[in-house]
Design a protein around this ligand. Structure first.
Ligand code: NAG
Ligand code: NAG
Length: 275
């Protein structure tokens, strides 16, 4: 997928507006749908928590080998089921430390990804309550994906020396990938100081007109360009391919993205008549 679009981000940094958006208050359990202030009404919802040791129904582990080397990265990466572990109330999305990808099968860094069974999401408000790993050398994210040209992301680049962390600190990156092969709409902001120890809520609101990115209900960015228009899937992942322009890595120690809860309010192409 669009790794090297991302490496090119440095070349086309775009300023983005930060218009005030109302809060994250939700009028739930109405006759029909849930209304999110500023975003509109969503007909469907799902809440995922992680008691026990199995993934809740509705979420799956990805099995894919991603051939980043085709685009010039030092290594490939592979999403492996063993790196998705439900334990102690968290969904752990792991890139194991101490890997030697040069001698690994396919020169791939073992990584992890979870995706929704629902593959027909068209506009949503998705809130991920998580602790990100500050172990340098991965990209950890919550994102919507249909194709490389229909994608919106919140991503944490844990290595402060990534060329995309242009201010030298590990930032949160907010992106709508380019819908037309042109420039993506990308910006980044400082992450919470305790991103590696405390649960925060990372949220994307996606409507026909904009994407808006929030941390703990506070608007970080709102983007009206390159807003995806096609239905697709929501995903959470953690990966590394050694690219100094983006993920850097592989991480020395274990990188564990810990998700405590996911709340999704969304429409699908067919949800209009669902109540
Ligand atoms: C979701 O679907 C409902 C029913 O069609 C519609 O009224 C609403 O505007 C949609 N929400 C968004 C954010 O597009
Ligand atoms: C949000 C994000 O960066 N997601 C990436 C996860 O990994 C896939 C496969 O490498 C990329 O295509 C996504 O862009």
């Amino acid at each position: 997928m669009s790794l090297f679009t991302k490496s090119l981000f440095l070349l086309n940094i775009l300023a983005s507006s930060t218009d005030a958006l109302p809060t994250n208050s939700i009028r739930a359990a109405q006759a029909c749908g849930n209304t999110i202030e500023g975003a509109g009404t969503f007909m469907k919802s799902a809440t995922y928590t992680f008691p026990g040791t199995t993934l809740p129904e509705g979420l799956h582990r990805s099995p894919d080998l991603i051939r980043d080397q085709d685009y010039g990265a030092p290594y490939n990466h592979i999403f492996e089921a063993k790196n998705v572990v439900v334990k102690d109330g968290f969904l752990n999305i792991i890139v194991p430390g101490g890997q030697n990808p040069a001698s690994a099968p396919n020169q791939a860094i073992s990584s992890a990804e979870v995706f929704t069974t629902e593959s027909d999401i068209l506009y949503a408000s998705v809130r991920t309550h998580a602790i990100f790993s500050t172990e340098p050398g991965t990209c950890q994210s919550s994102f919507f994906y249909k194709t490389d040209n229909q994608e919106t992301d919140i991503e944490y680049l844990s290595d402060p020396t990534s060329q995309s962390n242009v201010d030298g600190t590990a930032d949160l990156h907010y992106t709508n990938q380019a819908i037309d092969g042109g420039d993506s709409t990308w910006s980044h902001k400082p992450a919470p100081g305790d991103i590696g120890t405390a649960v925060h809520e990372y949220r994307i609101d996606w409507t026909r007109d904009f994407t808006a990115f929030f941390v703990d209900g506070v608007l970080q960015e709102k983007k009206t360009e390159n807003v995806p228009t096609e239905p697709g899937t929501w995903l959470w992942n953690n990966w590394s391919n050694g690219d100094r322009g983006w993920s850097v890595g592989p991480p020395r120690g274990d990188s564990v993205m810990k998700v405590q809860k996911i709340e999704m309010f969304y429409n699908t192409t067919g949800s209009a008549g669902s109540c």
